[in-house]
Design a protein around this ligand. Structure first.
Ligand SMILES: [Fe+2]
Length: 244
């Protein structure tokens, strides 16, 4: 839902430097827009959660994305550098109601160029706040909803995310929600966090806290955005991409 609607570009001409998924010669944006009802599976791992999202990508093909929730407050997922790197978002609390979002992107193959280094900083003020914000309704242009994005809030993913997060209010009452199958990863992440809170309250070390430097290496943290044959076992495929 998040990628197929919130971040979907209705016209790819709007966005420079789209990554091309080689197997189908199509952009991630196109693949995400074609199948808006993905299948989601979640696995608990030593760092948190591995999330498999699969979409239809033609007669005998499947679009596989593997993203990760890293305890307690990070996510690792495919951006423009997926294939030889990936992106990480780190949500660091400032107080009980707000946080700074730190964005990392890296490539194993080559230095990040100007475009990749600055793309998330467009529309930021000098003190790293969004120019488009709740006070100005994220400068929503309702006419652009028909031709550019479903949000009408421009093409910067950071603005879409801020809108989706902030518009829920300072405290979201999760007990009044009705989660559905596309929320599987959210539900699993909350369980990990609630378990960790319980552990700390009861004087135990929570799961996923690594103290041993030897164990502080996550070769199994894999990020993928690939089109694979339908006959391929996507979990096997993902395991085969773990670092040794
Ligand atoms: Fe997002």
């Amino acid at each position: 839902m998040h990628l197929s609607f919130l971040h979907q570009y209705l016209s790819e001409a709007q966005v420079a430097r789209q990554r091309i998924v080689q197997a189908v010669n199509a952009t991630d944006n196109t693949l995400l827009g074609k199948d808006v009802a993905p299948t989601i599976e979640v696995e608990v791992s030593n760092f948190g959660l591995r999330i498999y999202t699969t979409r239809d990508a033609g007669a005998d093909k499947r679009y596989l994305r593997v993203t990760n929730f890293v305890m307690p407050n990070l996510s690792a997922f495919g951006g423009s550098t997926v294939g030889d790197g990936y992106a990480v978002h780190w949500h660091v609390p400032i107080d009980d109601h707000s946080h700074w979002k730190y964005i990392f992107a890296f490539s194993r193959d080559k230095e990040l160029d100007e475009f990749l280094r600055t793309r998330s900083r467009v529309e930021l003020t000098a003190d790293y706040r969004l120019g488009r914000n709740a006070a100005n309704r994220y400068q929503q242009d309702r006419a652009s909803i028909k031709t550019q994005t479903f949000t009408g809030m421009g093409t910067n993913f950071q603005v879409h995310d801020a809108f989706a997060t902030e518009s829920q209010g300072r405290v979201q009452n999760r007990t009044a929600e009705n989660p559905v199958s596309s929320d599987k990863a959210i539900i699993a992440a909350r369980k990990l966090i609630l378990n960790a809170i319980k552990d700390v309250r009861e004087g135990r070390e929570p799961q996923h806290v690594i103290r041993d430097p030897q164990a502080n290496r996550f070769a199994n943290l894999v990020v993928l955005s690939d089109v694979i044959p339908k006959s391929t076992d996507w979990k096997e495929y993902t395991r085969s991409r773990e670092l040794k």
